[in-house]
Design a protein around this ligand. Structure first.
Ligand SMILES: NC(=O)C1=CN([C@@H]2O[C@H](COP(=O)(O)OP(=O)(O)OC[C@H]3O[C@@H](n4cnc5c(N)ncnc54)[C@H](O)[C@@H]3O)[C@@H](O)[C@H]2O)C=CC1
Ligand SMILES: O=C(O)C(=O)COP(=O)(O)O
Length: 431
């Protein structure tokens, strides 16, 4: 890609010092300012060509609209849900992340929470510090022989599985994209969520936060779980519905929760944090020296590569270089795309911006539907009944009503009308 001129970068959070050093070694002026108020950021963002953040800086549409010179938003970490990727893409600003730098750290914290839940370690520590010696109150149970359900079998889900197998846990899971034989090769038996809920002694979620994962664990799904199930969320607040979790803890349907993330951070509503069966951390999954060193270095190097015109690495939204209106089957579609590593990619379809660029190759099925936890599994079911397998899935970033989704499929559907009950609109392409 063509070199991009980046002369000044604002780092708005605590990022490893190697990030600043690498940028400065490459002639980029770096300003570090933490805990900026939104108004301050709006007032200053126009001065910078680049912005480096972690999860605390909310890069909202109004900040992006004031960012007159911004070309890159670098996320030193994985989740980009704190960045309005849609608004950035519209403005031609690239959003990139460093998704593998903190995988091991997040997986290790998840395992620590699972172990702490089984033996009440944090509660026992607190009790000792209060001067007590209470051996009865903190009776635990072994992890050995228990069933761990892992929802989301991507980078972190896989690392959690292999670690907890060392404790003798049986690992089952669900992921709409990871093929069954791939997860089986690291010891995870996949099944539908309906089959998974009643089997598990522990459930841990490792998905991104998006319309189809909001409230994956809710009143309805808690009711399908074993009484006393213990849950862990080291992914994103909201994947386990917080109000439903509190109700489940109060009724005993949920026996304990380990939470690293919250809907609102820090949480103003302290009911979960204060619950005796909840152990919680202030979003510490990526807070290790190792993870921060990797993410800090990676994001700086990716920015430097972009300045030098090398391939874009970790781009969640590459710059748009193509905007066209297509008319097919009497319908008009506005699409924008780009070229990444020589491959044409689709970024946006009729206002729905995709979380990851979609490589325009193979068989692609586009459909417009409201999100919701059941969307992917119901689509997978309809497609399977018609002999079609899902090979990849691209969800939209923003939540306009009934956004477009895209799945890579093994073959085209002979008749799109089989999707009718689940989707508002559908189109397919063979490239
Ligand atoms: N607590 C912390 O400090 C950290 C949190 N995270 C968060 O952990 C989460 C997972 O990260 P990674 O494993 O790196 O992501 P990943 O992208 O490697 O894996 C996510 C997996 O979720 C699956 N998925 C999507 N929709 C699903 C659904 N409806 N049901 C089940 N699975 C679904 C995807 O197919 C994918 O395999 C992200 O939300 C990330 O932001 C990541 C690092 C640190
Ligand atoms: O990378 C992620 O998705 C994380 O949640 C880590 O967030 P942080 O960089 O610690 O603010």
């Amino acid at each position: 890609m063509a070199p991009t001129s980046i002369k000044s970068v604002l780092i708005s959070e605590s990022v490893d010092p190697r990030c600043r050093a690498i940028l400065e070694e490459n002639g980029i002026l770096v300003t570090e300012k933490q805990n900026m108020k939104k108004e301050e950021l709006i007032a200053e963002i126009g001065l910078y060509d680049g912005l480096v953040v972690r999860s605390a800086t909310k890069v909202t549409a109004d900040i992006i609209s004031a960012a007159h010179n911004l070309k890159i938003i670098g996320r030193a970490g994985t989740g980009v849900d704190n960045v309005d990727v849609n608004a950035a893409t519209h403005k031609g600003i690239i959003v990139m992340n460093t998704p593998s730098g903190n995988t091991i750290s997040a997986a290790e914290l998840t395992c620590a929470l699972l172990m702490s839940l089984s033996r009440n370690v944090p509660q026992a520590v607190m009790s000792m510090k209060e001067g007590n010696w209470d051996r009865k109150k903190f009776m635990g149970s072994e992890l050995y022989g228990k069933v761990l359900g892992i929802v989301g079998l991507g980078r972190i889900g896989k690392e959690v599985a292999t670690r907890m197998q060392a404790f003798g846990m049986k690992t089952v899971g669900y992921d709409p994209i990871t093929p069954l034989e791939v997860s089986a090769s690291w010891g995870v038996e996949q099944m539908s969520l309906e089959q998974l809920w009643p089997l598990c002694d522990y459930i841990t979620v490792h998905t991104p936060l998006m319309p189809s994962t909001v409230g994956l664990l809710n009143d309805n799904t808690f009711a399908k779980c074993k009484k006393g199930v213990k849950v862990v969320n080291c992914a994103r607040g909201g994947i386990i519905d917080e109000a439903a979790l509190l109700r489940a803890l109060e009724s005993g349907q949920c026996g304990g929760a380990g939470l690293d993330v919250f809907n609102e951070e820090p949480p103003k509503n302290r009911s979960l944090v204060d619950h005796p069966n909840v152990i919680s951390c202030p979003h510490l999954g990526a807070s290790t020296k190792e993870a921060q060193a990797r993410c800090g270095e990676d994001i700086a190097q990716q920015i430097v590569d972009m300045v030098k015109g090398k391939n874009l690495v970790g781009a969640v939204s590459p710059p748009r270089c193509l905007q066209v209106e297509l008319v097919a089957g009497g319908c008009s579609y506005r699409v924008s795309g780009s070229v990444q590593g020589g491959v044409p990619v689709l970024l946006e379809l009729n206002g729905s911006v995709f979380r990851q660029p979609i490589a325009l190759c193979g068989n692609l099925l586009f459909f417009r539907a409201s999100g919701g936890p059941q969307l992917l599994s119901s689509m997978a079911g309809v497609l399977a009944a018609n002999g079609v397998e899902i090979q990849s899935f691209s969800a939209p970033t923003a939540h306009p009503e009934d956004p477009w989704h895209c799945v890579g499929v093994s073959s085209l559907l002979p008749d799109l009308s089989v999707l009718k009950p689940s989707v508002k609109d559908a189109a397919q392409l063979q490239i």
